[in-house]
Design a binder for this molecule. Sequence first.
Ligand SMILES: Nc1ncnc2c1ncn2[C@@H]1O[C@H](COP(=O)(O)OP(=O)(O)OP(=O)(O)O)[C@@H](O)[C@H]1O
Ligand SMILES: [Mg+2]
Length: 270
Amino acid sequence: MFELDNVRKVFDDGTVAVDGLTLAIGRGEHVAFIGPSGAGKTTLFRLLNLTLRPTSGVLRLDGLDIGSLSDAQLRAARRRIGTIYQQHNLVGRLRVVHNVLAGNLGRWSTLTAVASLVSPREVQGAQRALAQVGIPEKLHARTDGLSGGQQQRVAIARVLVQDPDSILADEPVSSVDPSLATFIVALLRDLSAESRKTLVMNLHSVDLALQYFPRIVGIREGRVLFDEAPGKVSADLLSTLYAGDADEETQRDRFDEILSVSGVCRPLRP
Ligand SMILES: Nc1ncnc2c1ncn2[C@@H]1O[C@H](COP(=O)(O)OP(=O)(O)OP(=O)(O)O)[C@@H](O)[C@H]1O
Ligand SMILES: [Mg+2]
């Protein structure tokens, strides 16, 4: 589905964020990216969701070079990709129903979208999505009155309404407590599996990546350092990946422990 061939992204100030990266992600695959701060993970995501263009190299979506797409084709391609960010990008003063229905914006005309602010369209779709993420009772709540974890679930419900072919989640659980983080990662994984969506997630938590993803890609200095099944990720690989990172010491102590409890990917829910 996604193919990157020697892709580089150099920002205007000369920062090389992605540096000759080659990687392919198949339809329906689940992949976790891990790596130190500044490794280029978010930049890689913005390339994959077509908000950034490579400085050089080729990015193909379903075999088509995105450099050859017209603006209309690019917009259509973006609609098939759902993105979830750490800071969830919701409009706080709107009710939950409106934020969830914003998942339709790529499909709706401006008029329909504006009308929906007054009288929400397709409320059942929003209700179903909120039920899937476990907060059906929040349909009419004000979004900024929800907890961080509930807001993250609203962001997931919005992506469910969008119904894209692939979901890209950039650190979706950095601002929630550990048990909710596990819940949200498992939820995204299971919902993606049920609807055969491709799922790509950036995770600071190595434990969650190893527990919930069958493929782990270590990114360092804008390149792929390793691309392995969780059972093949060793403490040595993780140490090399995070070498020099501010948290290196604490990480190092934890690697063996993490690997001893989570080397094998957890099964999908029955
Ligand atoms: N718009 C930009 N202009 C200039 N440099 C940028 C821009 N966005 C990111 N960078 C730089 O590119 C590099 C990669 O950043 P990126 O945000 O992709 O890292 P990351 O792996 O997501 O880090 P983190 O784990 O902290 O989120 C960093 O050096 C960053 O400062
Ligand atoms: Mg980032």
